[in-house]
Design a protein around this ligand. Structure first.
Ligand SMILES: [Zn+2]
Length: 452
């Protein structure tokens, strides 16, 4: 099998997330989540020779990427075709036909390539920013290379009996890293300073602790976190962060802890508390997409519009018009339309006598209709200021048998815990990951510079 390290291309995939691009988006997204200051990031694999840290190499295994940790023997060198090399970056509305015409390449060659089995579906769908590498000799194509996934490259080469195509593996290496931090004033500045990608921080809010902690309203200065996460590398180059493997989050003095568990048979892949409870609940604490929340949120000073349980028994989340509103739980659309002071409002029925209400929307999710079933997290509408609203915000209500409950404090029904069949496997994995998390925290404490 060919390995990708010797492929003679300098590939810059359009979909890959360079740190610079990620940070640019981070700034552009304008997050409400408060800043996490004083972040410290270490690679668990790459100790500085002058470091006094004693973090041992991680002992955890990564079942989803077992083969990628150990590079195989040096691959056969792939002969580099002769000719001129063109790295073509796809623009909007580009087609292969147009690209070949522009570069004055043989359209007969293009037709022959597209006739190869397995090529057409991997070649015809182009996205702006994709790179296609073309080697040609006086307009006659000698080779074409294109990344088709994070770990695969399609290579077409001209041989003596015509073109041949193959898919080359370009494996990713994952390394575990960790970050610890204390929330100060605004999340994204410190995250940028520490090199933690927005995806990792948002995973904490959207995928891991979003059922326990209201990241829009509950975050306090002094809240802390520690995370162990994956970083992805190809040929030694950082290409992005992977999954959070374990995390602690201390909110207002209470510590929540989560572990990612994927069973060997891959039937289970989710976050759990160390005792096996699912991190999920049947309802989200705050039904908003944190990637889109925009507000001058300051954790030291509560915004007057926030955290007010009004006479109408709801909680209000200030957020920019257009911020995604998500279904708090699985349910059925009971009402979608306009209702007096609520403006554009959606009501969901969840069973067990529980219903949720989302008011002042600027618009509904496309096609949303009464009677439709929705899953937790489904986009149902967008923040606005319709009805009796002084500014754009989500007004959210949670009712049990018609009685309003404070959605910020109501006990939320649990999702199913780890199944008995996976309990032993889960506990073994948990011990490994928690050891890693504890070592990360110990080292972070040891590494914090003395105050000046
Ligand atoms: Zn309200």
């Amino acid at each position: 099998m060919h390995r990708g390290s010797k492929i003679a291309i300098d590939y810059k995939p359009g979909s890959s997330k360079s740190r610079a691009a990620a940070h640019a988006r981070w700034f552009a997204s304008g997050l409400l989540i408060p800043l996490i200051g004083g972040l410290l990031v270490y690679s668990l694999r790459e100790e500085s020779p002058t470091s006094t840290s004693t973090v041992p190499a991680p002992t955890i295994t990564l079942p989803e990427l077992p083969a990628l940790e150990t590079p195989e023997a040096e691959p056969d060198p792939i002969p580099k075709p002769l000719g001129d090399t063109v790295e073509f970056v796809v623009r909007r509305n580009d087609t292969l036909d147009r690209i070949f015409r522009q570069l004055k390449l043989s359209l007969t060659d293009l037709a022959n390539i597209r006739g190869l089995p397995g090529v057409r579906e991997n070649l015809d769908r182009l996205h702006p920013g994709d790179t296609i590498t073309l080697v040609h000799d006086e307009g006659l194509l000698q080779a074409l290379t294109r990344r088709i996934s994070e770990t695969e490259v399609l290579q077409v080469t001209r041989g003596e009996s015509g073109f041949a195509a193959e898919v080359l593996a370009t494996p990713l290496e994952t390394r575990e890293a960790y970050a610890t931090g204390t929330i100060d004033s605004s999340l994204f500045v410190a995250a940028r300073a520490a090199g933690v990608s927005p995806e990792i921080i948002l995973a904490l809010a959207n995928d891991i602790f979003g059922w326990d902690i209201d990241f829009a309203l509950d975050i306090r200065a002094g809240d802390r976190f520690a995370i162990v996460y994956e970083q992805k590398f190809r040929d030694g180059e950082y290409i992005g962060d992977g999954r959070v493997l374990a995390a602690d989050f201390t909110n207002n003095g209470k510590t929540y802890r989560a572990i990612y568990f994927k069973s060997a048979d891959e039937a289970v892949a989710d976050y759990f508390a160390p005792d096996g409870r699912s991190m999920r609940r049947q309802f989200l604490r705050a039904p908003l997409d944190f990637t889109r929340i925009s507000s001058n949120f300051n954790p030291r000073r509560r915004h007057p519009i926030l955290n007010t349980i009004r006479a109408h028994k709801g909680v209000d989340y200030a957020a920019a018009t257009g911020t995604v509103i998500k279904a708090a739980g699985d349910g059925k659309v009971e009402f979608v339309g306009t209702k007096g002071g609520y403006g554009r409002v959606v009501i969901l029925e969840h069973g067990g006598g529980i219903s949720t209400l989302y008011a002042h929307m600027s618009r509904f999710a496309k096609g949303l209709r009464r009677g439709q079933r929705v899953k937790q997290g489904t986009t149902i509408g967008y923040v606005g200021s319709s009805g009796a609203a002084t500014g754009p915000h989500l007004h959210y209500e949670y009712r049990v048998h018609g009685v309003h409950k404070n959605p910020r404090t109501v006990p939320l029904p649990d999702a199913a815990p780890i199944a008995d069949a996976y309990r032993a496997e889960f506990e073994a994995r948990t011990r490994e990951v928690l050891a890693l998390l504890d070592r990360a925290q110990d080292s972070a404490v040891a590494a914090v510079p003395p105050p000046d």
